[in-house]
Design a protein around this ligand. Structure first.
Ligand code: NDP
Length: 284
């Protein structure tokens, strides 16, 4: 079997076009969805992520503010900036790019963002809302994975979904969303004994590990949908996922490549969350 490739780039364009229509409808009513992205310090990778987020907003005609603060910004100054944005009517979404410098408590920072503008979905209130089945802001990467499954036509209800990884930003919310979609969900971690036993039983397999090509074809159930969230470098410095794509694609039914799979969806869903937040304000 050769798997169908789930083309994240094409699906991201399609999803962005859908959200652009919704943003345009808001703009016609005099409301331009606005996103504020705060970056503290000079981390090179973070700068690229932030630039891409701001660019995606511009492409959809959204208002965006790129707030670059020096690495020695105090926690109090950052919290004051967030408070200011919380009450800024032009801003519907606030995102603080992680990691923040060590002298700043990231939990305190995430908790300071208004839950109504928490487009990353990391505020405890929104985490709680997701786990009680009343999702308000879905964390962008798992939200993007769910969209990929939907657009690829993979049915979820009644299927066994295995998520490898339990981070707060990917693994846990991914498992919650799959559960909400009526999958039977297993979460595996670094402590799981005999990981392959679980992965081989997965109809839907989501990998959010951060280990280069760790999941090989022999660990995958024939016909499974494989979603590779991992973003790693191989021995040649080339971007690759947690899945050994070449062996996996011979067994899986669907598979996402890296790059060009989950990656383009994360920013797309951030834009979607921003527009949705503005829609909520408009509906009030
Ligand atoms: P974390 O490091 O926070 O979490 C990794 C998880 O993998 C942990 O739960 C860990 O288990 C588990 N794990 C580690 N080793 C093993 C193992 N040998 N067997 C089973 N489980 C294992 O990573 P993130 O969730 O933040 O990110 C995961 C990957 O996804 C990274 O490559 C990251 O770059 C990528 N990523 C990609 C995004 C995108 O937009 N495409 C967005 C976000 C992340 P334990 O909890 O026991 O330590």
């Amino acid at each position: 079997m050769t798997a169908r490739i789930i083309d994240g780039k094409t699906i991201a364009q399609e999803v962005r076009a859908e959200w652009k229509l919704r943003a345009d409808a808001l703009k016609a009513r005099g409301i331009t969805p606005g996103l504020a992205v705060i970056i503290v310090g000079e981390d090179a990778a973070s700068k690229v992520y932030v630039a891409n987020k701001v660019k995606a907003c511009a492409e959809l005609g959204l208002h965006s503010e790129h707030i670059a603060l020096p690495a020695d910004t105090s926690e109090a100054a950052l919290l004051a900036k967030i408070a200011e944005l919380n009450s800024d009517k032009k801003i519907h979404g606030i995102l603080v790019q992680l990691p923040v410098p060590k002298h700043i408590n990231s939990e305190k920072v995430l908790n300071a963002i208004s839950p109504d503008k928490d487009v990353d979905g990391f505020h405890p209130l929104n985490v709680g809302a997701l786990s009680t089945g009343n999702m308000r802001f879905a964390p962008c990467t798992p939200y993007g994975c769910m969209k990929l499954l939907e657009k690829a036509g993979v049915s979820i209800e009644g299927k066994h979904a295995v998520v490898v990884g339990r981070s707060n930003i990917v693994g846990k919310p991914m498992a919650m969303m799959l559960l909400q979609a009526n999958a039977t969900v297993t979460i595996c971690t670094s402590k799981t004994v005999n990981l392959a036993k679980f992965t081989r039983d997965a109809d839907i397999l989501v990998l959010a590990i951060g280990r280069t090509k760790m999941i090989t074809g022999d660990m995958i159930k024939p016909g499974a949908a494989v979603i590779d969230v991992g973003m790693n470098r191989d021995e040649h410095g080339k971007l690759c996922g947690d899945v050994d794509f070449n062996s996996a694609k011979e067994v899986a039914g669907w598979i996402t490549p890296v790059p060009g799979g989950v990656g383009p969806m994360t920013i797309t869903m951030l834009v979607a969350n921003t527009v949705q937040s503005a829609e909520r304000v408009a509906g009030k």
